[in-house]
Ligand binder design. Structure first.
Ligand code: ZN
Length: 419
């Protein structure tokens, strides 16, 4: 008889199972929140016969040598198949395009529960309305004014660097400069500042760097004389790049634009992960002259998610957790999120990195996969904090609102946009 209570308890546990990983009330609250997506690559819908959009990335990864794709980025992955079904049901992508001839991209955002998406693109254009998409163009090309042939050391760089040359030529053209200026000073004013100001005028909220694909995030602090020597052809090219990077960072501060940096492992079988270590950014984040510039570490630093945490006390440092769910599970990403949320939660931003990986995994499917998994990871982190008595239920919902949109809204000064 005395075993009965224990048996009853065991039976009730079997009946109920373990508590859900995400508290249902928190899950409901997060599901109902319209998100601000800090980083993605939406593809511009083009009409039949029009050249397909290729401006969704300065360095597209679809032309690289084959690598061993992570499970979550394979078109056959169950989450990708489920995302396709969530978007299109029993019909096809082509049917959805036909059903939404004028508002396909905005319709796709609605399916992801995203109000505003930051479009990290070379240029914007028809089909991506400014009411739903904010622009972040690319600044890397400006760092390589002396050409890039000497910087190519592997097949991925052989694909990437000529694209930077092409983009720099475009920036020259758009700036009305026909050849390399005689002096570094002229280059900085007539090409670099002119480009940044044009981007700002075109609606850009930040400049993006894919630097970790091309070189280390370790940016030195060379003198103007060192940079001038390199410009004249007799010095260290890296010092010139570093000088230009810092010039752009200062200009972004002046113009009220953020600096977005790819800080995480990346695509391609030659990606040098150690170049993307967030701790390499400390000299920039600790430079008093750059405190007016906001740095956003895109992709949450994986595998260095813990290294990101202490950097969040820098007043001008932010992190988003885009792409992370294509590297890792919601369970593990929740652990990283929990560390950040317990430390400086005002600096953490929701994002997807919706990207056209392949025919099966377009930006729409990738957006749905990432939006679902990112909501789940956030829910798991907040639930764990609630169960451990670290936060109240009210605070959990408040933190969710901050991560899903309010932090970004403050960062970019968006006021009531999307409310
Ligand atoms: Zn991206």
């Amino acid at each position: 008889m005395r075993h009965l209570p224990a048996l009853a308890l065991a039976a009730s546990l079997i009946a109920c199972g373990p508590p859900p990983a995400v508290d249902p009330e928190i899950a409901r609250a997060i599901a109902g929140m319209k998100a601000f997506d800090n980083h993605a690559h939406p593809v511009r819908p083009t009409a039949a016969g029009e050249k397909p959009d290729d401006e969704f990335d300065a360095l597209p990864v679809d032309s690289l040598e084959a690598q061993s794709d992570p499970v979550l980025q394979r078109g056959t992955s169950p989450v990708v198949v489920a995302a396709h079904r969530q978007l299109y049901g029993a019909s096809t992508k082509a049917d959805a395009r036909k059903a939404h001839p004028d508002d396909y991209a905005a319709w796709a955002l609605d399916q992801m529960g995203i109000e505003t998406m930051v479009a990290n693109r070379v240029a914007m254009g028809p089909g991506l309305p400014a009411s739903r998409f904010l622009w972040v163009p690319f600044a890397d090309a400006l760092m390589y004014p002396l050409g890039t042939a000497q910087l190519v050391h592997n097949p991925d760089q052989r694909s990437f660097f000529p694209l930077e040359d092409k983009l720099l030529a475009r920036y020259y053209r758009e700036s009305g400069v026909t050849q390399r200026p005689a002096t570094l000073g002229e280059y900085l004013t007539k090409v670099v500042s002119a480009t940044l100001e044009r981007h700002k005028k075109g609606g850009a909220v930040a400049e993006k760097y894919e630097m970790a694909y091309l070189r280390s995030l370790a940016v030195g602090n060379p003198s103007r004389a060192e940079a001038e020597r390199a410009w004249a052809g007799g010095g260290d090219y890296t010092a010139l790049q570093d000088y230009i990077f810092r010039y752009i960072a200062l200009e972004c501060g002046r113009l009220g634009m953020g600096v977005h940096l790819h800080v995480a492992h990346g695509g391609g079988g030659y990606f040098n992960t150690s170049w993307a270590n967030p701790l390499l950014l400390e000299p920039l984040l600790n430079d008093p002259t750059l405190r007016k510039t906001t740095f956003v570490m895109i992709h949450g630093g994986w595998p260095w998610t813990r290294e990101i945490t202490p950097l969040l006390t820098k007043p001008n440092a932010y992190v988003d957790y885009s792409e992370q769910l294509s590297f890792d599970t919601p369970h593990n990403v929740a652990e990283a999120l929990r560390g950040w949320l317990a430390y400086v939660p005002e600096k953490v931003l929701f994002a997807t990195d919706a990207y056209p990986f392949s025919a099966e995994l377009g930006w729409e499917e990738a957006g749905v996969v990432a939006a679902n998994a990112s909501r789940e990871a956030l829910g798991r982190a907040l639930t764990a904090m609630l169960r451990d008595g670290e936060i109240t239920r009210e605070r959990a919902v408040e933190l969710a609102t901050m991560v899903m949109r309010e932090n970004a809204r403050k960062l970019y000064g968006l006021g009531d946009r999307g409310r």
